[in-house]
Design a protein around this ligand. Structure first.
Ligand code: IMP
Ligand code: MG
Length: 185
C-alpha cells in the first residue's frame, strides 16, 4: 500500500482560475510600472507565476521575471528555521519594484528571508504574493500582501506544490492523506 495518497480536491482548476483573475486585477496597478521584477521561489511557484504573468500581460504589465531557489533544513516534520539561497537572482533589482511569488505561506520563514534578502540587494519595494496561506502554522508574524486562498492546516499538493517531489503537475490543489506512521514531508 502507498504510504500516502491523494484525497479530497480542495481547490478545483476553475476556482483557482477565477481567484487568479481577481488577484491579477488587484495586482495590475502596482505591476504596470517600468521597473517591475516578478521573482518566483522555485520550485513550487512555477505554475502560479506562469498564470499570474499571463493575466498581468493582458492588463498591460511588462515585468521582468526571475527565480530564486530557497531551501530550509528541517528535522522531521518541522523546518529548522534556517533558510538559505541556493540560486540567486540574475536580474539587476537595485531600484526595482519587486513582487515575490510563492506557492504557500506556511511558517513564514521562507518569504521573510526572501523579502529581507531582496531589500538588502537594493530593491525599492518588495511585496509578496502567495496562492495559499496557512496562518495556523506561522512561527513569526508575517503577512503576504496578496493571498489567493487562506486554508486550514492540511498538507496540500498540486498546482506546483509537491509531496516528495510528486504531484506538482496536478492542475488543482488536493489534500494528501498519510497512512499511520508515514512521515509527513
Ligand atoms: P515556510 O517557510 O514554512 O513558510 O515554507 C513555505 C514552503 O514550505 C513552501 O514554499 C512549500 O515549499 C513548503 N510547504 C509548506 N506547506 C506545504 C504544503 O502543504 N504542501 C507542500 N509544500 C508545502
Ligand atoms: Mg516552496
Amino acid at each position: 500500500m502507498q504510504p500516502h495518497h491523494i484525497r479530497d480536491v480542495l481547490l478545483t482548476e476553475e476556482q483557482i482560475r477565477r481567484r487568479i483573475d481577481e488577484l491579477v486585477h488587484e495586482l495590475a496597478g502596482s505591476c504596470c510600472g517600468d521597473n517591475v521584477v516578478l521573482i518566483g521561489i522555485l520550485r513550487g511557484s512555477f505554475m502560479f507565476l506562469a498564470d499570474l504573468v499571463r493575466g498581468l500581460y493582458r492588463q498591460g504589465a511588462r515585468p521582468r521575471i526571475d527565480f530564486i531557489t530557497l531551501e530550509s533544513y528541517g528535522v522531521g516534520t518541522a523546518s529548522s528555521g534556517t533558510v538559505r539561497m541556493t540560486k540567486d537572482v540574475g536580474e539587476e533589482i537595485a531600484g526595482a519594484d519587486v513582487l515575490v511569488v510563492d506557492d504557500i505561506l506556511d511558517t513564514g520563514r521562507t518569504l521573510r528571508f526572501a523579502q529581507l534578502a531582496l531589500l538588502e540587494k537594493g530593491a525599492r519595494t518588495v511585496r509578496t504574493c502567495v496562492l495559499l496561506d496557512k496562518p495556523a502554522r506561522r512561527v513569526a508574524p508575517f503577512q503576504a500582501d496578496y493571498v489567493g486562498f487562506t486554508i486550514a492546516d492540511r498538507f496540500v499538493v498540486g498546482y506546483g506544490l509537491d509531496y516528495d517531489s510528486h504531484y506538482r503537475e496536478l492542475p488543482y490543489i488536493a489534500c494528501v492523506t498519510f497512512a499511520p506512521g508515514a512521515a509527513r514531508a
